[in-house]
Design a protein around this ligand. Structure first.
Ligand code: FAS
Ligand code: PHB
Length: 399
């Protein structure tokens, strides 16, 4: 079937869905294609922390109702090391900004519901996606569904298909440059039907490795352990996971407050930093994980995707409204400024909190020195807080 739209979007994760929703509010039509099922994308367990800017974006876009009702507003995080707990407050250090705990799957559900209620077009469970003529002025997306070939003719294509998608790979050789750092550890993540171990997100440094205590609701915990990058998940029966989490997060004053419960999901996420430059080629724009990956320690992944989409929506709206292509030409440079700042913060949080196998005894002592500085200096806590709640979305325009 041949279809026509203004913006063809590959991927129905937070990037693709938010772009389709924000474009529709500007009167710009789009078609989203997605290779997994609706149920799969809605129930993938991923991000949990929304920056202030992400929350504001969703509210402004009419998507705030359930998030404000069910999301948990937090005023800070905890950092634990040497058996002590330290709190970093956000509002007092960032002129009132906070974070909201609301699972990525919930954001995706709200976006899909909104798009379909507004008559938006999302084709789930497609296959054999390909994109063509991105160097010309009539790009095309092709895919298969229900044993038939389909085509979408569009003005622009948004590659919102994540790190393993096809859009970035469709740019001709020699045009893109990838920058990557792979970390010598991974995260073993567990979603459990058990009350949160800490009132706020707690980052735990220990001689046994890193642990993270997070949550999804007052009854559902999201918990992580640093493991080897090639860790076998079978080596982690629930009992072992709970015991290791307790050991790594325990503090001198009251143990670790860990209350085991039924494990709902368990998985291992590799840790890498990745950026591709530029984030545009011809009629193709890359956004979200299709263009960059951060180690989840800084809780930046999905929030960065939202910033990309805000910038891309602004640029496309200016083009369709007044034929002004300046924003489209500046998109990559503008988005990359924020991406690299988030990469720095995510790398810093990751290396400060994780034990690296090639750390020397000096490195281990220096790491404790850094944690001690960060948790006792107002200047250092302010730097952490302003990055964690999210740097200003309005960057004052591209350089
Ligand atoms: P996504 O990967 O979410 O979405 C891309 C979509 O494109 C997918 O639905 C995919 O099925 C689809 N697609 C791919 N190829 C396609 C094709 N050829 N045709 C059609 N569709 C195609 N971030 C955090 O902040 N905190 C976390 O704790 C965290 N945990 C994570 C755990 C895992 C296992 C992963 C992979 C990521 C995690 N992230 C986390 C990052 C994550 O939240 C991303 O930043 C976020 O999903 C980015 O959204 P998108 O750019 O939409 O990419
Ligand atoms: C989560 O709740 O999934 C989460 C919280 C903080 C992070 C990463 C993940 O840094």
């Amino acid at each position: 079937m041949k279809q026509r739209t203004q913006v063809g979007i590959v991927g129905a994760g937070p990037s693709g869905l938010l772009l389709s929703h924000l474009l529709a509010r500007q009167g710009i039509d789009s078609i989203v294609i997605e290779d997994r099922s609706r149920d799969h994308v809605e129930n993938r367990v991923r991000a949990g922390v929304l920056e202030q800017g992400t929350v504001d974006t969703l509210i402004e876009a009419g998507l705030g109702e359930r998030m404000l009702d069910e999301g948990l507003i937090h005023d800070g995080i905890e950092i634990r090391f040497n058996g002590e707990r330290h709190r970093v407050d956000f509002p007092s250090l960032t002129d009132g900004k906070r974070i909201t705990i609301y699972g990525q799957g919930e954001v995706v559900k709200d976006l899909i519901d909104a798009r379909l209620a507004d008559g938006g077009v999302i084709h789930f469970e497609v296959s054999a996606t390909s994109i063509h003529d991105i160097d010309g002025d009539a790009p095309v997306i092709r895919y298969r569904k229900d044993e038939a070939g389909h085509e979408i003719a569009c003005d622009y294509i948004a590659g919102c298909d994540g790190f393993h998608g096809i859009c970035r790979e469709s740019v001709p050789e020699g045009i893109l440059t990838g920058y990557e750092r792979v970390y010598p550890y991974a995260w073993l993540g567990v979603l459990s039907d058990s009350p949160p171990a800490a009132e706020e997100v707690a980052y735990c440094h220990s001689d046994r490795g890193f642990a993270l205590l997070s949550l999804r609701s007052p009854a559902v915990s999201r918990l992580y352990l640093q493991v080897a990058p090639d860790e076998d998940i079978e080596a982690w029966p629930d009992e072992r996971f709970w015991e290791e989490l307790r050991l790594r997060s325990a503090t001198k004053d009251d143990g670790a407050g860990i209350e085991p419960g039924p494990v709902l999901q368990k998985g291992i996420t590799p840790m890498r930093s990745y950026v591709v430059e530029p984030m545009r080629h011809g009629r193709l724009f890359l956004a979200g994980d299709a263009a960059h990956i951060v180690p989840p320690t800084g809780a930046k992944g999905m929030n960065l995707a939202v910033a990309d989409i805000r910038y891309l929506t602004e640029a496309l709206a200016a083009f369709y409204r007044a034929g002004d292509a300046a924003g489209l030409d500046a998109y990559s440079t503008r988005a990359l400024r924020r991406v690299w700042k988030a990469q720095r913060f995510s790398w810093w949080m990751t290396t400060m909190l994780h034990l690296s196998p090639d750390d020397s005894p000096f490195d281990r002592r220096r790491q404790i020195g850094e944690l001690d500085y960060v948790t006792t200096s107002v200047a250092a806590m302010t730097a952490l807080a302003e990055n964690y709640v999210g740097l200003p979305l309005d960057d004052g325009g591209a350089p």
